[in-house]
Design a protein around this ligand. Sequence first.
Ligand SMILES: *Cc1c(COP(=O)(O)O)cnc(C)c1O
Length: 404
Amino acid sequence: MSEKLTHKQLIGLANEFGTPLYVYHAEKIKAQFEILQHAFKSTNARFFYACKALSNINILKYMHQLGAGLDCVSINEVKLGLGAGFLPENILFTPNSVDFSEIQEAKEIGVNLNIDNISILEQFGNRYGNTYSICIRFNPHIMGGGNYKISTGHIDSKFGISVHQMRHIERIVKSTKLKVKGIHMHTGSDIKDVSVFLQGLEVMFDLARHFPDLSFIDLGSGFKVPYDHDDVTTDVELLGKKVGEAFHQYEKETGNKIEVWFEPGKYLVSEAGYFIVKANVIKQTTATVFVGVNSGFNHLIRPMFYEAYHHIENISNPKGSERIYTVVGNICETDTFAWDRKLNDVKEGDYLVFYNAGAYGFEMSSNYNSRFKPAEVLFKDGKTLLIRKREQFEDLFRNQIEVI
Ligand SMILES: *Cc1c(COP(=O)(O)O)cnc(C)c1O
């Protein structure tokens, strides 16, 4: 089965469910998962889907069926994961700046805990000692990722415990008898260069010798997917080979056989997602031709938030002559999706599709301007399944308390 939905299929979905509409293609998610499995077949690898990218319960269940684990950044994601059928041991909780009670709750549930702060490590050690093994998130001070906003492993980042605080960690571990079963790093998103991972892995192996109970090293995520036509993707085959070699070497030197964990988000769901909108208006100005669509950064914020590129096509008129457009939303604030974009001649009423809309699309949507969040559809085994209905007027009032 093809891994890409056709214009015709997308138009059919837009007509059936209305726009704006998020569509996810299950077979593409599966294909991406299988690429990872294949690339790391020479290692003891485990993949935990970072569900903040797209957390619809059906997507979680599908990931579970594929055999993935789940990476969660909030206790609510953990609970969604349990609801989707994940066992606690297949859930990894990697929070940042959360209250200690949230960590305790996760511990009671029995998930893998990733601790990214000295003060939490101390509290956890004091309270639980050697009764509950944990993982430590390190900040390796590596600059990885597409841009500063989505990089998390550099010196200014709030994430992880600095590798330079190893002495302090050792003091806490020793005096509280904490058991450290894993060490973790996640240096950011959109890492196209395999060497960034390998550099991080070297740092991790260096740290590993401090922890006798270690059973895994978690290299986080950041696998890049192509957004633009000539864009590159992380060479996961090469990475798998290199990581495999490094782990075999480590095993030979230390006699310890440990697992490698990853937490892909974007890699699994980005390309599986399509966001379909309708061109409401065309406006010719002295400077450009605007296409104003029936959506905005309330539904897809990545272009405005990260200067992210999303490929756009006019699926209603794919053979029309190409013109240069500025694609904007209908929000009362500047919300430009794309500048100077070549699109086949757009008429009012045409459907445009944004590609790579699976990750951090719907998930970051809001009700700004009192608009409804879009519907979500899953395309699976040739069938279309509505997995979230479009919001309605009552939804805007939900939780409001009218007191005057
Ligand atoms: C967001 C996040 C991920 C996923 O990152 P992607 O770039 O979407 O693959 C993985 N691990 C952690 C800890 C994260 O916060």
